[in-house]
Design a protein around this ligand. Structure first.
Ligand SMILES: Nc1ncnc2c1ncn2[C@@H]1O[C@H](COP(=O)(O)OP(=O)(O)OP(=O)(O)O)[C@@H](O)[C@H]1O
Ligand SMILES: [Mg+2]
Length: 341
């Protein structure tokens, strides 16, 4: 099976790296299909989209007709990709949807509409529908019913299929709860890359660079952050400031939650303590700063390798982890700058 090539930073293409376990898992899915829609969630920039692209390639190789959609891609070519055997159908369904939904919503609705139509059109197909980041586009309130529609296609297809794979990826920490309380999907977390995986991407970057150990401790294996650091000329300071702004780690936020945040930058597991207000946890999860209520590190519950149970250096605890060490550093910086109350 070939590894897909991915644009990493301007002028640097890399081959899909590492993630051996995940590749094996997809090969298993290719044989069995998905009994429930598989909902993958994980830190922003941990590599969900890259993995879906590799997944598309594996499933194509296993004889699946594959449709991938990502409503957040700017260009139509990035937002909708499909194997040649679906081309006519995808174009036809899109033309119909766009008339009354407009482009953005048409892309959001395309995946399940094409799945339905493909099941009717092809005799006992192998069909894979890979849906990337769709909850953000449609609004989280509709996430659960969207997943239910996907499950309906698996359970009550308009005509029989040989095998069906439906995977939905999201980085929205909140979507997990909205979906998790129903039994309509299988939820699987994915974490940042392994050290070897990140190393491969680091090696592919041209020019002088800081020591790999330092890069590992900044990123905790998050490839998106690695790319940002490179693009910023390895100016960690700028990136920390950027995180403080983008994640809205504002003075009022810091002052309100200071004592808890001070504990959390030392050890994220402190947020698991019952005296920590639910409102703070919610705000940290909504900002995608921490992952809360991490699954057991049982390999079968994760896509690819789970993170370690406890890694103080990277800010990972048994139940709670900073999504990347740099988010912790940003909160630490904000605590320092706002000064003690
Ligand atoms: N296994 C990998 N091999 C090579 N490049 C990778 C790998 N995983 C991720 N990347 C690259 O790292 C960057 C971030 O990954 P990606 O966009 O897949 O993350 P994501 O989890 O989908 O992020 P978001 O939460 O923003 O949707 C991309 O440039 C991607 O191509
Ligand atoms: Mg993505």
């Amino acid at each position: 099976m070939g590894r897909v090539r991915l644009q990493f930073v301007r002028g640097v293409e890399v081959e899909f790296a590492d993630r051996e376990v995940a590749i094996g898992q997809v090969e298993g899915l290719a044989e069995r299909g998905t009994r429930f829609p598989l909902v993958i969630f994980g830190p922003e920039g941990c590599g969900k989209t890259a993995w879906l692209k590799q997944t598309a390639e594996i499933l194509r190789g296993a004889g699946y007709r594959v449709l991938y959609v990502n409503p957040n891609e700017e260009l139509f070519e990035g937002a909708v990709r499909y194997t040649e055997d679906l081309a006519g159908l995808v174009e036809e369904v899109f033309r119909e949807l766009v008339q009354y939904l407009g482009v953005a919503r048409a892309i959001t609705h395309l995946a399940l509409a094409v799945a339905d139509r493909a099941l009717r059109k092809f005799a006992r197909p192998r069909l894979a529908i890979l849906i990337d980041d769709v909850f953000q586009a449609m609004g989280l309130d509709r996430a659960a019913s969207y997943v239910k529609s996907a499950l309906n296609l698996i359970e009550y297809p308009p005509s029989p299929y040989e095998s069906m794979v439906i995977i939905i990826a999201t980085s929205e920490g909140v979507s997990r709860r909205k979906i998790g309380r129903h039994r309509w999907a299988e939820l699987r977390p994915m974490w940042n890359m392994s050290r070897e995986g990140l190393r491969a991407l680091y090696d592919a970057l041209p020019g002088g660079k800081p020591d790999f150990d330092r890069v590992w401790r900044w990123t905790g294996g998050n490839p998106w952050l690695l790319a940002r650091l490179y693009e910023a000329g390895w100016d960690v300071d700028i990136i920390i400031r950027e995180v403080v702004e983008v994640k809205e780690i504002t003075p009022s936020f810091v002052v309100r939650w200071r004592s808890y945040l001070e504990r959390a930058v030392e050890d994220p597991e402190q947020l698991w303590s019952p005296d920590v207000p639910g409102k703070l946890v919610k705000e940290l999860v909504e900002r995608n700063l921490v992952a809360y209520n991490l699954y057991d590190r049982d390999q079968r519950l994760w896509v690819d390798q789970p993170p370690p149970e406890d890694d103080p250096e990277l800010g990972i605890g048994k139940h709670v982890a900073w999504q990347t060490p740099m988010y912790r550093d940003a909160v630490r910086r904000a605590l320092e700058e706002v000064g003690a109350a």
